[in-house]
Design a protein around this ligand. Structure first.
Ligand SMILES: Cc1ncc(COP(=O)(O)O)c(C=O)c1O
Length: 387
């Protein structure tokens, strides 16, 4: 086989790609596995979305290449979404780029700004893609700690102690995954002033803010954010459309132009029908979101019972798609715990250590599981000696 590029040696296959193969093999062998590992919404998008997609298919324009920047109507929909949910004004012409999911934006931003040897501040625990994209650009991830003791917020005093001379980017993710921590206006203000002071581009990854949180927050609510911060957002979790691959990047027009140089060389626009469906989704009213929140709240309450029956200590968070829990006293190996639950109770959950060192000793339950199945999980964990 031809030798792979050196940069590939710095990354491994994504954890779920490997683990879900094992889970599928168990299922194929007849095991009744319940997958509470991955945050892939199982509910339907709002009612008006699918008709918008299917109607678009008959349009002769639907099958041609599309604009790199998406339909003006899509960008206007994204701007209206920011206005109505966050009270943030964005220029739909220059301050928004539609993406094929926010995940691709993480690599595009990294490719646009990182040279070999540059450093990037990455939250630990955090979404693994921030570090992988950094490494694929031959830059160096420098993790910063998020801990329960600090409510999973960055410790700005510790950050100030670092040598920041090579740091170009900083990834933040509020509301946070995997911990569920909501973030706050005060944290966004500190991030913006930290970024300005040290000339760092902060990117807040914000796909969960419309799922279950009392206040919908964006870093762009802070004055001056457009000078130093970008924000990724997504319809994947908000409107149960993860497979559609629609996200957005928002921020300073000049910065976005640089990201667009990468993106225009990598793809040729988002499928028209998907854009039409996304435009419809973005117009969805608050009541629909409130109904989703109720479903997740019921699931959360039941999942908390499952966690407590396993002697886990759930973090007191209310939003997002997950329940983040500390292992019982005396147990530290989260991967071993996950394997025990997988093989003894036929339940797949995620080990916290895949999100970084500070995730060690934690596990994450997804709420993308029907109530009936969570009830089965509860039944299984209640019979602890089940084999
Ligand atoms: C923190 C975080 N960022 C980004 C993503 C990717 O979302 P998208 O579907 O928009 O690519 C996920 C998905 O699980 C996530 O948890």
């Amino acid at each position: 086989m031809i030798a792979t590029a050196n940069r590939l040696k710095s990354v491994q296959e994504y954890y779920f790609a490997t683990k879900l193969r094992e889970v599928r093999n168990l299922m194929n062998a007849g095991k009744p596995i319940i997958n509470a590992g991955i945050g892939s919404p199982d509910l339907l998008p709002p009612d008006h979305v699918i008709p918008a997609l299917t109607a678009a298919l008959q349009d002769p324009k639907a099958h041609a290449y599309q604009s790199y920047l998406g339909l003006p109507e899509l960008r206007e929909g994204m701007a209206s979404f920011y206005k109505s949910h966050y009270n943030v004004d964005l220029d739909s012409e220059t301050e928004i780029i539609p993406l094929m999911g926010s995940k691709e934006g993480i690599l595009h931003i990294s490719l646009a700004f990182l040279n070999k040897g540059d450093q990037v501040l990455i939250p630990d625990p955090g979404y693994p893609t921030y570090a992988s994209a950094t490494k694929l650009c031959e830059a160096q991830p420098v993790t910063y700690n998020l801990t329960a003791a600090n409510n999973w917020m960055p410790d700005f005093e510790a950050l100030e102690q670092l040598d920041l001379s090579k740091v170009k980017l900083m990834w933040t993710n509020y509301p946070n995954m995997p911990t569920g921590a909501a973030g706050s206006r005060a944290v966004f203000e500190k991030l913006v002033s930290f970024a300005r002071k040290h000339n760092i581009l902060v990117v807040n990854d914000n796909p969960y803010s419309c799922v279950g949180y009392e206040k919908k927050m964006s870093i762009h609510q802070v004055e001056g954010s457009l000078e130093c911060a970008l924000e990724l957002n997504s319809i994947s979790k908000t409107f149960n459309m993860a497979g559609w691959r629609v996200g957005m990047l928002t921020g300073n027009a000049d910065v976005l132009k640089e990201v667009l140089k990468v993106k225009t060389n990598m793809d040729s626009g988002m499928f028209y029908g998907i854009q039409k469906g996304a435009i419809a989704a973005l117009k969805t009213d608050e009541n629909w979101l409130a109904e989703q929140d109720k479903i997740y709240q019921n699931r959360r309450e039941l999942t908390l019972k499952v966690a407590e029956t396993l002697d886990l200590k759930p973090e007191p968070q209310t939003g997002g798609l997950f329940v983040w829990c500390k292992l019982p006293q005396g147990k530290e190996d989260d991967k071993k715990f996950v394997d025990e639950v997988l093989h003894n109770q036929d339940i797949f959950i995620t080990p916290g250590s895949i999100f970084g060192m500070n995730g060690e000793g934690y596990v994450r339950f997804s709420l993308c599981v029907k109530e009936e199945e969570i009830a089965i999980m509860l039944d299984r964990v209640s019979k602890k000696d089940r084999t």
